[in-house]
Design a protein around this ligand. Sequence first.
Ligand code: ADP
Ligand code: ZN
Length: 530
Amino acid sequence: DAPARPLARSAPAEVLHRVFGYDEFRGNQAEIIDHVSSGGDALVLMPTGGGKSLCYQIPALVRRGTGIVISPLIALMQDQVDALSAVGVRAAYLNSTQTPDAKAAVERAYLAGELDLLYLAPERLRVQSTAALLDRGEMALFAIDEAHCVSQWGHDFRPDYLQLSVLHERWPTVPRIALTATATEQTHAEIAQRLQLGEAKHFVASFDRPNIQYRIASKNSPQQQLLQLVRSEHDGDAGIVYCLSRASVEKTAQMLVDNGIPALPYHAGLPAPVRAANQSRFLREDGIIMVATIAFGMGIDKPDVRFVAHLDLPKSVEGYYQETGRAGRDGLPSTAWLAYGLQDVVQQRRMIADSEGDNAHRRKLSAHLDAMLALCETVECRRVQLLAYFGETSTACGNCDTCLSPPESIDGTIAAQKLLSTVVRLQRERNQKFGAGQLIDILLGKRTPRVEQNGHDNLSTFGIGGELSEPEWRGVVRQLLAQGLLQVNSDGFGTLVITDDSAAVLSGARKVSLRREPDRPAKKASRTAR
Ligand code: ADP
Ligand code: ZN
């Protein structure tokens, strides 16, 4: 191919119109682009869909030389390069999927000054020859995309990102712009420190996504609930459904297909060509539902994803925010729906207890889970809570389930005491530990074989919980787990034991407030698109 003609260097606003065809900059794009174009370092925190790409693409076009973009998303490099080529930007990539000939052609183009943008996988920089190549050409800037991958605190850690500090050491005069859609304080600080961005100007955009309606429902029959959501609100819409396991991905995709809804599976266990084909159908065709593990989605730019559904609890608020953020990039009303139940809490607590790594690592995972549980159990606006997690203060949004049908907060002290004293009695009087199912059977006075075998009908708490139904008791157990008043034992069987804080509840010194689920589903409502 003959190289495209170089675009004449010009002012950012002019490049925005002429090359990208947009009328004006969004949010703080103009400020960021000016800063980087004039040689400054920048750390950009902007939500998904906020328009991060232009923040390095335009400075790369405005400055002399090639903009080097470090991106972990090898699978998407071809798409990114194609999209840029389509508007006349001279872009190419170097990664492990290329033939030696293709690689050589890109290297020649770079050295000849014929590239505006060059995408590199981070592991490329470990290779001496890459650094030597970069030295021989002219660099406009380094853009470090998905910069949160450098953070060990976060959920997408990539070891290769750690050595991106070489960029500054080896090429101190080339400006760097690090970009991420993750915005917790820890991640923020870690990016600045590990990438030696101490002098960089920080640009923090609001993380609110007003067009996304956040809803968290209690999980009864997740497959049916999902089907109901799709049929009643998202008929014919594109969506993403996240499941924890490969097996449930397969099962859920099949269930949708069996019901006449176009759905495709995506998880790391599928052969690479199948994954690529499914991803490409999802991107190019209308109204496809992608059922996936969290392996799917980073960097996916499909503007009209109308809903993101989680059938299992995400491990952290960051993860939840990233995944739900793939809905509604076009600014139109979209749904983020999560089904969450007792089993999620038990399972994740167990996974943390069994996880590799030291206690500090387990404490980190627990802290992530606790924040996620607090979001699920809040009786206040979900968006206020979500934004507060990212350090932003806001007021009740009117476009989340708790705003639309406020759940009641009830005094659950007596229910908690009944449950906790059953746990204590089993532990103290019988030296036994049981899971939620057996505890609830005891409270409800059910004479099941397992109750009779164990003589649990002789416990003084047998049958004292008739005022609540079985699902309501499961809600109580779930919330006590979330509040740290009950914990999953580390025996691997999901049995429940009391915590240091339980005693205060049993003695009456501490009140317990619980969330009563509204019966009505949240009405469909939304705020205006941006
Ligand atoms: P991010 O990387 O932050 O998730 P992108 O850079 O992919 O976001 O941008 C999201 C979408 O918004 C893209 O379709 C992009 O073309 C569009 N976009 C970005 N900046 C502007 C702008 N100033 N005006 C109009 N559309 C824009
Ligand atoms: Zn709200």
